[in-house]
Design a protein around this ligand. Sequence first.
Ligand SMILES: Cc1cc2nc3c(=O)[nH]c(=O)nc-3n(C[C@H](O)[C@H](O)[C@H](O)COP(=O)(O)OP(=O)(O)OC[C@H]3O[C@@H](n4cnc5c(N)ncnc54)[C@H](O)[C@@H]3O)c2cc1C
Length: 425
Amino acid sequence: MAKKTIYDAVVIGAGASGLMAAVTAARLGAAVVLLEHMEQPAKKILATGNGKCNYTNADQNLENYYCEQPDFIRTVLAQFSYKDTIRFFNQLGIRPVEKNGTCMYPESEQASSVRNVLLAEVRRLQVPLFLSVGIRSIHKLQNNNGTKNRGRQVFEIQAKDETFYAHACILATGGMAAKKTGSDGSGYVYAKQLGHTIVKPLPALTALLVDAKNQKLPAGVRIPCAVSLYADGKQKALERGELQITDYGISGIVIFQFGRIASRALENGQRVSVCLDFKPDMETETLLSYLTERFGSIYQKQKNLADGLIGFLPDKLIPVLLKQAGLRTDEHCGNVNRKQIARLTGQIKQYDADVTGVKGFDAAQVTTGGVPVREICARRMESKKVPGLYFAGEIVDVDGKCGGYNLQWAWSSGYAAGKSIAECK
Ligand SMILES: Cc1cc2nc3c(=O)[nH]c(=O)nc-3n(C[C@H](O)[C@H](O)[C@H](O)COP(=O)(O)OP(=O)(O)OC[C@H]3O[C@@H](n4cnc5c(N)ncnc54)[C@H](O)[C@@H]3O)c2cc1C
């Protein structure tokens, strides 16, 4: 009977974290194999940063990450920091370019560069990469009779056409966001079958659906805004940035940052709402005085209110805010009193809208939920329940804000898992 090959590790999922884990382990001398069920590896990387790949961020304040245990994140990021990411990709040929303050992109401004240098490194290290692999089951064998490494655990990964054996198994299958890139949630099923619990996966970094019946906001408007998110009346977050009003609700990076909080609060049956401040750079009193003066000016007072606000607010937003303030669009600016202007000021500074849902996984960039960090050793990324089983990337219940944090998490956790495997060999 032909002797079976037993790898040091099998990495399931050739996305950002899986490629990093395989490269790290192979560089340190481990025999690794990568299994990917799509026809192409790392499809998601191509979609990142609008095709430009915001691959890390120079501001690594832990507040940019969400994790039930902040020490967990700290330990993992300390092993492969933002600076290590820059150095790693620099060695592979990617020089960083900074945008929007601290977001880092490849000089080529092409996400494909990030994917391609990783794949070139996989080839240089001669790591076997199997594509279109349909995994049927993952078992940890009770004993490994017949193998030369008696005493070390062996995982048996049964695929459609082949069975793979390895002393360690890294689940780097991603979450459920953007399923068409390959992350279909199957990793959670394997983790569960092997003995883990799963924090219910929900969409994060996604747009919000707003009650269209009562608060019809005009689609197509883009406006700088300060947005507060509330759950059961308690403020949960405040962000500033460009708001995009769509036919279903509100979007833009400023809103994406709320996705995870809104998803979880709605899941818990809480009432979720947003308060939009359309003039975040003006205090309420300043705005009130400004509008009073504006409406009273010789150039405006003969105009109706709709015309009198042109240039100050996006055209489509003017009638909506006037209506919410109980004012007629055809009222003369010169006729409105201070109380009415105060009501309009209130709507501009505090426009409340109920959030009825979030855009689903297909539209989301990231998943919140997954394998709980309390079941994983942070230094090794190894399961505390199943020795030899490792996790990397989005499958873990860690997610970050928009801005390169999710990829940094994929690189750091992939590195930690790959290094641990090499240490055990
Ligand atoms: C549109 C979009 C834009 C984004 N932009 C950014 C950005 O600019 N910066 C940033 O930091 N983050 C960004 N993200 C998030 C970031 O891409 C992910 O967090 C990151 O790719 C997660 O890496 P991962 O390795 O955990 O999972 P993935 O990248 O999803 O990789 C998982 C891999 O596992 C494979 N797989 C899954 N199940 C199986 C299975 N059963 N068998 C075999 N293979 C399997 C999948 O096909 C896939 O190749 C963006 C995401 C999206 C969708």
